[in-house]
Design a protein around this ligand. Sequence first.
Ligand code: DMJ
Length: 506
Amino acid sequence: MGADDEKMEAIVAAFRHAWNAYVRDAMGCDEYHPISRTGENLTSSGGIGYTIVDAIDTIYLMGLRSEYEVARRWIETELSFNHSYPEVSTFETTIRVLGGLLSAHYLTSDMLYLNHAEDLGRRIVVAFNTLSGLPHRTVNLGKPHSPQYSYITSLAEAGSLQLEFKYLAELTQNDTFWYKAEHAMSVIRDGLLPNGLAPTRIRIQQGTFQSSVVRLGSLADSYYEYLLKQFLQTKSTERLYQMMYNNATDGIAENLIQQTPEEHITYMAELDPQGRFLNSTPSSWNLGHRQEHLACFLAGSLMLGAVTSGSRNGHRMVSVPPKPHELTPRGLRDWKMGIDFLEGCMSTHDTKTGLAPEVAEFRAVNDANYAYDKDWFIPRTFSGVDRSPYEARYMLRPEIVESIFIAWRLTGDPRYREWAWNIFSSIQQHARIPTGGYGTVSDVNQVPARLLDKQETFFLSETLKYLYLTFCHSDVLPLQGIVFNTEAHPLPIFYPTVVSSNPSHL
Ligand code: DMJ
């Protein structure tokens, strides 16, 4: 499918507007505050490349040569992980920094990135040294062997480090990276609910789940994404992950996916446990009708799963769009569920700014007391110090444009490009700061929008990358050859040589 040069250029211009402001005001800092025009680091002794490493593959893909040189030079001359205080998140550092370095190496073959990735991997991998093998939530990069006291982690934090550590293992031929990350999956697998889903909170040392919500949003999302992508990453042999993925989508289809009674909007509910003790019988869970923006990654993921795991005869890819006879019954179900769910996510863009909120709540079937005129509303339960309800924000998140990008690549249906362009236009209109950078929209239903002082790094690494790729020629990063990590860093699909690709030890 061909490129749309004009739209690509507009998205590149937006990227430069965000990046150049960061370089002007906060070069080298981990995070950027575009209104106060300041930067901030995660450690008191210096940045660990959060923004720069997270953004460099987008810069490279967009062909921004001088920006690329600036970013590479900082990585060459300034980047260090020898910072001790405070500890950084194992998960965020893996998906953003390790993932960014690995994808920069994959795209350019430059050893600078691999050397840093190996150094960082060695500092992070000690987080897996716990009684169960589940990783600690945080790690002290400067003193990686210092004692750790974290008690609880989440499904997402423990179950979405594997794409990065497996590719690092392959590149360095160091199987420790592989086995440590993979072992964490086996601990999770042992505690899954009978419906293939899992609660969000796990005790690190014991490796057992706490009674906690089951959902596709925060604390859980990328675990489900990585089930599919681990199966895809190492070609066809990771059958165990395929099975876990299939069980999970069965669980989603049977327990979580819902439709509103009037407008027939497809949305993803959550299951709330009753009581402190984990009880796996379905009647002991309450259905909640709250959906986070984060959960919308699943729409594209379901479609990708349908044309790979759900294709007949084990074909890796099918026609664009797939023909019904090319998919298994499960593949057909997931394909439809993905398309409908993406449409449901798009309905949450029906706001004054055209941007989707952080949280939407839907009208449940049989809800006689429902008080709103359409089938969803923004719950307003928490106001922070700046008094904006957290649920009403748009934090420059990527999940809906990520799913649109996958839907476009797998269908070629022009409506997906239209949706992507509408979202981009709303971002331009409401989140762009004229003096440079983009801010978090504090309330998607307030015009003119009030902006909060944060340009999230995933705006550069994910949101603008997925928008750009939606308008590129489809030869650029073909879905047959790569998997995107959960921070949109492309990593190649490969045949592992570092270990046996059949995880029989799991
Ligand atoms: C990103 O850091 C990743 O996509 C993560 O998996 C979830 N949240 C943000 C973007 O919303």
